[in-house]
Design a binder for this molecule. Structure first.
Ligand SMILES: C[S@@+](CC[C@H](N)C(=O)[O-])C[C@H]1O[C@@H](n2cnc3c(N)ncnc32)[C@H](O)[C@@H]1O
Length: 223
């Protein structure tokens, strides 16, 4: 994200949050490299070590971002590290202007296995943010995706919510996860679709993607 931003959506303040202390040196190096090479002195990058579910609410409580600053939050979780309450805090932050845009990683093909290995039920509850996480986890893959997207719309007020499938590299058949883009900016879905089509190689075949979309559209959220 630090490289190649479109001019229409230029970000100047970055917060890179990582729980694992051993990865912080790499992020510090990335920050230093970018700041040395960037000609724009207004770009500020902060590396923060800790749990994003604690850091994000604490950070936002200090109101560091103005309501009119374009803001994008990549929630790049592996499985269910990001609590629903954190997503909610981000979605409700702006009092006017456009909401903080979200790019949320929803695990798909490996989710059932990850859940079956989890003994910590409280972790699942915090991730889903409600007691009916078990019903959600038993939905079909397509319904999980559409239900999650619908929740971002109805509960958190995002106008446009689009799931972008990421297929497994080896055979390109299974959808490993969805990158779910949530925004209320009318131009943002087009930009994100362009970025996805440019960045994802190989692209899913048209047949695969249309089939996936059809399944998402047909699937009625059960929750
Ligand atoms: C899928 S990786 C993505 C890392 C990075 N975005 C990248 O592209 O290399 C998920 C990262 O989240 C970190 N992580 C896990 N739980 C976290 C939490 N509660 N708060 C912040 N980071 C967390 C992990 O240590 C891991 O480095």
């Amino acid at each position: 994200m630090l490289e190649g931003q479109p001019r229409t959506f230029y970000l100047r303040h970055y917060y890179l949050i990582e729980l694992d202390q051993s990865k912080i040196a790499l992020l510090d190096a990335l920050r230093d490299k970018h700041q040395q090479s960037s000609s724009d002195r207004r770009v500020q990058i902060q590396v923060l070590q800790g749990d994003c579910n604690i850091i994000i609410p604490e950070l936002l409580a200090r109101r560091p971002i103005s309501d009119h600053e374009a803001t994008f939050c990549l929630l790049d979780q592996r499985t269910f590290e990001c609590h629903w309450s954190t997503v909610e805090t981000l979605a409700r932050y702006k009092k006017s202007g456009h909401k903080i845009e979200l790019f949320y990683f929803l695990p798909n093909s490996w989710l059932p296995r990850a859940v079956s290995r989890t003994k910590n039920v409280e972790r699942l509850r915090r991730w889903w943010g409600r007691d009916d996480f078990d019903a959600f986890l038993h939905l079909s893959q397509a319904k999980r995706c559409s239900t999650f997207c619908e929740r971002l719309k109805t509960e958190l007020g995002y106008t446009h919510v689009l799931p972008f499938p990421i297929l497994e590299r080896a055979h390109g058949r299974r959808i490993m996860y969805y990158m779910i883009h949530a925004t209320d900016h009318p131009a943002a879905p087009t930009l994100m679709t362009y970025a996805y089509n440019t960045a994802v190689h190989p692209l899913p075949s048209e047949e695969q993607f249309l089939l996936a979309l059809e399944r998402i559209n047909d699937a009625k959220p059960d929750l």
